[in-house]
Design a protein around this ligand. Structure first.
Ligand SMILES: Cc1cc2nc3c(=O)[nH]c(=O)nc-3n(C[C@H](O)[C@H](O)[C@H](O)COP(=O)(O)O)c2cc1C
Length: 144
């Protein structure tokens, strides 16, 4: 059975709820899913994975969360070539620049971003966003 790993950071739970929806979608598609808070993840966890998801809200000034996710991403970048990555995260007031930068970063590292863009949503995910995230989980399951 394929497995979809979902590495995420969430301060107030919105991105965590999004991560859960990705996991639900992967499971509905017949895969296993593992939710991994980035603080407990290591880049080696993803070394053998062809397809996985990364979640982080917009923090700082349109940046990844800098204590855990940014260092993780910086280390991961060197091993992203050829991988399929699903990106998602919540934001509060910005123009989603953090997500566009994150997409570019993954693509520049040689990864393919599922659907060519991440799923960004203001605040807690609504029903349509949960559906989109479930679809993302299913897409990752088919590539894992
Ligand atoms: C320190 C801090 C910085 C933030 N910076 C931004 C930002 O630059 N742009 C934005 O749209 N939202 C920003 N936000 C809002 C968060 O992205 C938003 O509250 C999000 O829903 C948090 O997701 P979470 O519940 O997964 O932690 C910031 C929030 C905090 C606490």
């Amino acid at each position: 059975m394929s497995k979809v790993k979902i590495v995420y950071w969430s301060g107030t739970g919105n991105t965590e709820a999004m991560a859960q929806a990705v996991a639900d979608g992967a499971k509905s598609a017949g895969a296993d899913a593992e939710l991994i808070p980035v603080g407990t993840a290591s880049v080696a966890d993803l070394a053998g994975e062809k397809a996985f998801a990364l979640g982080c809200p917009s923090m700082g000034a349109e940046q990844l969360e800098e204590g855990e996710m940014e260092p993780f991403m910086a280390e991961l970048e060197g091993s992203l070539s050829g991988k399929s990555v699903g990106l998602f995260g919540s934001y509060g007031w910005g123009n989603q620049e953090w997500m566009r930068d994150w997409e570019d970063r993954c693509k520049n590292a040689g990864a393919s971003v599922v659907n060519d863009e991440g799923v960004a949503f203001l605040g807690a995910p609504d029903d349509a966003t949960v559906s989109a995230l479930q679809g993302l989980g299913a897409a990752l399951a088919s590539r894992a």
